[in-house]
Design a protein around this ligand. Sequence first.
Ligand SMILES: Cc1ncc(COP(=O)(O)O)c(C=O)c1O
Length: 381
Amino acid sequence: MTEKRTLNTIDTPSLILDIRKVNANIKRLKDHLSSFNVSFRPHLKTSKCIEVARMMMTTPSGPATVSTLKEAEQFSAGGVTDILYAVGIAPGKYQRLATLARNGTGITVVLDSVAQARDLAAYCTASDCEFGVLIEIDCDGHRSGVKPHDSATLSAIAGELAGTPAKLKGVMTHAGASYSESTSQALIECAEQERKAVAGAADILNEAGYPCEIVSAGSTPTAHFARDLTGVTEIRAGVFAFFDLVMAGIGVCQPEDVALSVLTTVIGHQKEKNWILVDAGWMAMSRDKGTSKQKVDQGYGVVCDIHGHIYEDLLMVDANQEHGILSLRSSKGTLPDLPVGTRLRILPNHACATAAQHPRYEVTEGENLAVIHQWQRFYGW
Ligand SMILES: Cc1ncc(COP(=O)(O)O)c(C=O)c1O
């Protein structure tokens, strides 16, 4: 008989996913969005895992958002047939996407320049391949996109695509500036700015004779803090399913909602320094220190016991490749007694970055230590 796998027996470090929290996090966003007349196109880049994708999507075939061609190929193979590749399109990406489109997966790409539109339209015409196209709108200066009021560029892009198999379906935006906020009021304002920008750009195109069937917006903070979605047809969000300490710092969730953690083992102590050493370093946690610019710096992560209960003020304060250094946030407290061999869990700053360090999820449920599934994740581009 094979021995039951539990958090007491599996190798450390390992990536742990609490399916109860994932379900609760997904339900929370879907419940919020159900009061608006919008569809949901979850971003699948955090999990890179078909089982998690199926929990997030509204149907097994999508719609879905991806950030790499690898995600597009893997999720297409997993039965997703409506995929938005939401990173600016470049010629080197056409062929792999065209293979998916020819095999029956609906592929939509994003672009924000006349040159991109002209090149894509020429490719689609020459190769008789149909893609959907969304024009990316820059709602907050965070990254790429056409300025929302730039009607000349919007119309020129639409004009390049008109009558070609690169079919303009609408507009999309992503309120990345929301990641720098930390109050409800600021997040509500980010969501409204995102809505106004993308709905306004759609109005410009509609009036110019280029109908927008898709008006797509979203990030986890703005999806949760949207109070009005007039003019928006779909919302995208990704990290909401797992959450992480950055999202807790922004105020979208509590650290207790974070579904992802790294299981680690105590391997030593430096008593005079108030250090506990563990076998998870930056290879297991990633180098992401995304909370260092927030009000509360969580170092490399927040320490929990094996069941997932947070130790107050105990952090991974530093990390070598395969060593993590745990210590108290302030020198006043006393370290818990955690002998060599004790198993702990570390909540990550950035779920996408930490998950990317691991080949699979060890899936648990709530405080139970039993591993109920092993779900593979893929990596690369
Ligand atoms: C284009 C786009 N849409 C949606 C998302 C999802 O946002 P979040 O990670 O906040 O859920 C991202 C994240 O980077 C994105 O780049």
